[in-house]
Design a binder for this molecule. Sequence first.
Ligand SMILES: Nc1ncnc2c1ncn2[C@@H]1O[C@H](COP(=O)(O)OP(=O)(O)OP(=O)(O)O)[C@@H](O)[C@H]1O
Ligand SMILES: [Mg+2]
Length: 292
Amino acid sequence: MQVVSIISTKGGVGKTTTAANLGGFVADAGLRVLLLDLDVQPTLSSYFTLAARAPAGIYEMLAFNERRIEQLVSRTAIAGLDLVLSNDDRGELNTLLLHALDGRLRLRHLLPALVPFYDLVLIDTQGARSVLLEMAVLASGIALSPVTPEILAARELRRGTLQVFEDIGPYRHLGIDPPPLHLLINRVHPVSSNARLIQQTLRQMFQGQTGVRVLATDVPAIEAYPRAATRGLPVHRVEYRQPVGRNAPAALETMRALAGGLFPQWRELFAQVTGRPDARGMVGSDGHGKRA
Ligand SMILES: Nc1ncnc2c1ncn2[C@@H]1O[C@H](COP(=O)(O)OP(=O)(O)OP(=O)(O)O)[C@@H](O)[C@H]1O
Ligand SMILES: [Mg+2]
């Protein structure tokens, strides 16, 4: 089971958008995906229509160590895409975990219960430093951080993000290495931005930092992303063809490249995703080859 936390110490950079679209794409490739909404504001929890709502959510999971799938996991309308809802309405989890002896390791200890059920777990987080963010990073095999071109200039990017990794460094003494950090350039203006220059700048900023990688795929700023969110669909289903006269590739191709860069072991499955409504169901009898 792959575990990816989607993090940033800045708000509004595209964490939830990435979680929803990457999750939806990987699910459409026939894999079993679980989204964990760790943000107090339940944006990811309300992105997709729910086919079945579980009685519990992230609060019960983290506060009471709830492990029972049938209690925790809501099903979205997208086959193969499940969700643990954000329901920490009063924002208590952060303080609770701060004072718990195992606080920052709690999620890491709970994840083995999910291994039989999921191929991929995607953790969406709040755009600020918090115990929950550190906990998410310590539980994941990859940390994925969207970066928008506007905030590239801000020193805070390097300091803020790297500080998290530095602060959790002492967990090495417990045999827990921080995961590699993958930077995803998001919302690149298809006409006015120089994507290559942005990539170069970002690489220079993080030069010499082991474990930091700038992903080769960047995500253009296109209207398909907000449109997909409004329709409650993963973006590759909304834009599977490149619009005439636009330079930026179709959202389907961007998601395929992004997913393939993160999970090369599933590239063959990703190649089969078409995004077209009539083509779903072609992969296997239920449209999801790997799922029983
Ligand atoms: N590549 C893109 N092209 C166009 N719009 C985008 C793109 N990525 C994200 N957006 C839009 O930017 C806004 C912020 O994105 P999102 O909510 O994913 O950010 P976030 O990092 O989760 O924010 P927060 O820190 O508040 O949780 C949304 O309206 C989303 O639709
Ligand atoms: Mg968000």
